[in-house]
Design a protein around this ligand. Structure first.
Ligand code: ADP
Length: 486
């Protein structure tokens, strides 16, 4: 991998603690595997609780100076970090595609998208306004100030190895917090490369710490049970999110949770079908379907069902599976064996319950972790794939007759991250957008991700918002100061 990089020094194989590349206490190493070949591409530390503890100590020590720094000074450092990320986007994209398996174009796109959060929050950090509240007493004045929460533990997933980090680290650092990052086991290299660039940007030692490992639980325990850590920001499964939230209860830590979704994609009979097909292709097959806002349940009005399915089948034919570093490839492998087995299980279950395979439907002839882009039609409501995140390149279709019926079906899930619908009726567009129980809704649009808008879920999909002017508020405390004797 180092030979493929313009700057091999971006490949870091130790923890970043207090500004120093540090070996873990244990000599045990954790292999990083390229999912498209199954080969080991690097070995990183197998950190344990004491390594996390050392990183928290470093972050805690760095907090007073970092939080006292003027926001404009922090912004200058963060913008330098952002510039370095963008300058190194090709190398960072290569590292990302290698360890994660997404096509190189998507990988570079993620790096640049990730950098946009650093830039956005560098600016927002200057606008963390307080308030002056009219006092009920003549001799008092009431002032509200916002202060950084303190040391933040960041726990991030493998599906966006770069952007899920910057979207948490950006607002944390801009607000004046220091962080300990624990990236996912599958994708530590992108996190360590971001650490290298943070150092080069001049972000002071201890402000941004990275601890990598093959076993997340001891690190998660160390972060959640340490009273010096004041907040956990997590993106990942609902199961682990609940566990971390319960652990945080012990010391009443703040939590931001971006958890699983079960996004619906509704095509009404008045929709522009070509636009709906293009929207579905984009949101379903990005990252081979491995995103928390991937369309998971596709409801098409009975009147346009056959036509939509036919157009979709044609569009599916344009996908190319293969080596993620080949620029012609649009579909990489799934992340690991369990992911492939899950997709296979969900497809078999749907077919056993009466669904028909319109395209794909089995592991890809390329072998390894590749699965065929798949369309299933007439998927019955009891199929397991309606109730759990597929996280793979599978489109399940079902038909519906009325707006009320489809809204009820869509809302019938414990999740509430994103939903999408296509309709040209302005009244319906407002109505349905308001009735869908999710933190985000795409109306005639499936591309929601941008640093300027609040990303997050309701119900079991999470707590808090990332990006936008709202995102930074998750990293500050509100303090009320009462001045008397005036
Ligand atoms: P996914 O299904 O995306 O792999 P996970 O929730 O398992 O979702 O993983 C998301 C992140 O949570 C990863 O960084 C993973 O290492 C971490 N994680 C998993 N289990 C724990 C745990 N018990 N404590 C802390 N972090 C964990």
């Amino acid at each position: 991998l180092a030979e493929m990089l313009r700057d091999p020094a971006l490949l870091r194989l130790k923890n970043l603690v207090g500004g120093i590349w540090t070996a873990a206490a244990s000599e045990r190493r954790h292999p990083v595997i390229n999912p498209s070949t199954g080969c080991v591409i690097a070995e990183v530390p197998y950190s344990e609780a004491q390594d996390a503890h050392a990183a928290v100590t470093a972050a805690h020590a760095a907090f007073p100076a970092w939080s006292a720094m003027q926001p404009a000074e922090r912004a200058t450092l963060l913008k330098r970090w952002r510039d370095l990320i963008v300058e190194n986007k090709d190398d960072l994209g290569t590292i990302l595609a290698w360890e994660q398996g997404k096509p190189i174009k998507e990988a570079i796109g993620e790096v640049v998208y990730g950098a946009s959060f650093v830039e956005w929050f560098a600016e927002e950090g200057k606008r963390i306004y307080g308030d002056v509240i009219p006092s009920p007493a003549a001799n008092k004045r009431i002032v509200v100030i916002k202060q950084p929460v303190g040391v933040v533990g960041l726990i991030t997933p493998w599906n966006f190895p770069s952007a899920m980090i910057t979207r948490k680290a950006g607002p944390s650092l801009a607000a004046g917090c220091t962080v300990v990052l624990k990236p996912a086991e599958h994708t530590p290299l992108s996190a360590l490369a971001l650490g290298e660039l943070a150092l080069r940007a001049g972000i002071p030692p201890g402000v941004f710490n990275v601890v990598v490992t093959g076993d997340p639980a001891p690190i998660g325990d160390a972060l959640t049970f340490d009273p010096r850590v004041r907040k956990i920001s997590f993106t990942g499964s609902t199961r682990v999110g609940k566990l971390l939230m319960a652990q945080c209860a012990q010391s009443v830590k703040k939590v931001s949770l971006e958890l699983g979704g079960n996004a619906a994609f509704i095509v009404f009979d008045d929709a522009d079908l070509d636009s709906a097909v293009a929207g579905l292709m984009a949101v379903k097959f990005r990252n081979a379907g491995q995103t928390c806002i991937s369309a998971n349940r596709i409801y098409v009005h009975r009147k346009v069902y056959e036509e939509f399915a036919a157009k979709l089948t044609v569009a599916l034919g344009g996908l190319v599976s293969g080596n993620p570093l080949d620029p012609a490839v649009s579909q990489g492998p799934l992340i690991n064996r369990p992911a492939l087995a899950k997709v296979d299980r969900l497809v078999s279950d749907a077919v056993q319950r009466g669904a028909t395979v319109l395209a794909g439907g089995k592991p890809h002839a390329l072998g390894g972790l590749f699965y065929e882009p798949t369309i299933l039609t007439r998927v019955p409501p009891d199929a397991q794939m309606w109730h759990e995140e597929i996280f793979g390149p599978i489109v399940p279709l079902a038909s519906f007759d009325s707006e009320d019926e489809v809204v009820a079906s869509v809302n019938n899930t414990p999740y509430g991250l994103a939903n999408y619908f296509y309709s040209r009726d302005i009244g319906r567009a407002w109505r349905v957008a308001e009735r869908l129980e999710s933190g985000m809704v795409g109306v005639n649009e499936s591309w929601l991700s941008t640093e300027v808008a609040p990303f997050g879920g309701v119900k079991e999909s999470g707590i808090g918002r990332e990006g936008s002017k709202y995102g930074i508020l998750d990293y500050v405390e509100t303090k009320y100061v009462c001045f008397g004797g005036i």
